[in-house]
Design a protein around this ligand. Structure first.
Ligand code: NAD
Ligand code: TYD
Length: 370
């Protein structure tokens, strides 16, 4: 059995669904622990309602007693740690939860894992793995001609989110070096795909476009991210779990750097073709809805991942191109309107008011950067 934390969130739920779709893993149970914050959604896992090998536990990674008891009772061979507060803008408004979950929660999980691992007999102790899922944002921001992040790029986190993830990465590293806990760390670029909460760029743009609302572009829209389709991230994590060397870090990326405005225009063009009625309502094309708004404070300019190590050492490469991945994503959001309306709960709407209410008051006319 494996223990997954945060398996009701975007990447975690894709990982668990994909796990049972992969022949090699199909018969191995998953214990899925999630606190069901605003970002956690049991509906993401409804495809597993009839799956007897999926066990969902509603709980917090900060709950030492619960984690210790789950480890003792279920004896997992690995912990795959996704649970986190993950949205940069939320971390700017309220960093406290990021410290509590990303740093203290990871610390608690490491302590519980260490205790459990020390009590394991051989060969289980040698094969046990703690796989920590992290982000490329810990490396900071790149200039236009800087080389992409490698596993040895110094950490320079700039947002409360990336600082909290960097801190958790350091704890994971230290628990390996000091106590010998067999850890693996992955640092991944921006994911997109089904089940992503519509507060992040791609699902926000899609859901706003279909609702005829403004598509808010921060600053000049020329900030660059590397984009990876979520099931490629899932396959990379399975590869690192199977073949990665304990104590090592692996960067995961899609070899697909793009400025935000280009991403938004591609989505608009796909939607123009697939949803002509909303294009009509937007004035002929969804691009009419593009609205430049006040920039994010401390907005990192560019992220780029050098994913050569995982390709060379573990033989992993992404299967999707951006063209194929974004089309699948657009199709998923077009056919899952009910999922979107369910996640757009009262709490989410409050966030939208807080985040965009004041930004929009500094809005310039549509189509021009601020
Ligand atoms: P998400 O916000 O969609 O999901 C996070 C999940 O963690 C939710 O289900 C939430 O309920 C759960 N959670 C939060 N606090 C918890 C706690 N205290 N105890 C237990 N569960 C808790 O995030 P995501 O986008 O799926 O990201 C998953 C992981 O991948 C995170 O660690 C994130 O830093 C990392 N990551 C994300 C991206 C991306 O583009 N989304 C890129 C690189 C790395
Ligand atoms: P986001 O999806 O929040 O991911 P991250 O900040 O972790 O990279 O944002 C992706 C990029 O899109 C980032 O440069 C900020 C920008 N962005 C907008 O321009 N408008 C928006 O409404 C959002 C949410 C993001």
């Amino acid at each position: 059995m494996i223990l997954v934390t945060g398996g009701a969130g975007f990447i975690g739920s894709n990982f668990v669904l994909d796990w049972f779709n992969t022949a090699a893993n199909r018969t191995e149970p998953v214990l899925n622990l999630d606190a069901l914050t605003y970002a956690g959604n049991r509906e993401n896992l409804s495809g597993l309602d009839q799956q007897p090998l999926h066990h969902f536990i509603h709980g917090d990674i900060n709950n030492q007693e619960l984690i210790a008891q789950l480890l003792k009772q279920h004896q997992p061979r690995a912990i795959i740690h996704f649970a986190a507060e993950s949205h940069v803008d939320r971390s700017i408004h309220g960093p406290g939860e990021f410290i509590r979950t990303n740093i203290q929660g990871t610390f608690n999980l490491l302590q519980c894992a260490l205790d459990y691992w020390r009590g394991l007999p051989q060969p289980q102790a040698s094969s046990f793995r703690f796989l920590h899922v992290s982000t490329d944002e810990v490396y900071g921001s790149l200039g236009p001609s800087d080389s992409a992040f490698t596993e040895t790029t110094p950490y320079q986190p700039n947002s409360p989110y990336s600082a909290s993830k960097a801190a958790s990465d350091h704890l994971v590293r230290a628990w390996h070096h000091t106590y010998g806990l067999p850890v693996l760390t992955t640092n991944c670029s921006n994911n997109y795909g089904p089940f992503q909460f519509p507060e992040k760029l791609i699902p926000l743009v899609m859901t706003n476009a279909l609702a005829g609302k403004a598509l808010p572009i921060y600053g000049d829209g020329m900030n660059i991210r590397d984009w990876l389709y979520v099931t490629d991230h899932c396959s990379a994590i399975r590869t690192v779990l199977d073949k990665g060397q304990a104590g090592e870090v692996y960067n995961i990326g899609g070899w697909n750097e793009m400025p935000n405005i280009e991403i938004v225009k591609i989505i608009c063009q796909l939607l123009d073709r697939k949803s002509p009625e909303t294009a009509q309502r937007a004035g002929g094309t969804h691009e009419q809805l593009i609205t430049y708004v006040k920039d994010r404070p401390g907005h990192d300019r560019r992220y780029a991942i050098d994913a050569n190590k995982i390709a060379r050492e573990l033989g992993w490469k992404p299967a999707e191109t951006f063209a194929s991945g974004i089309e699948k994503t657009v199709d998923w959001y077009l056919t899952h309107r009910e999922w979107v309306s369910h996640v757009q709960s009262g709490a989410y709407r409050q966030w939208i008011d807080q985040q965009y209410g004041s930004r929009m008051s500094g809005t310039r006319q549509q189509g021009t950067p601020q």
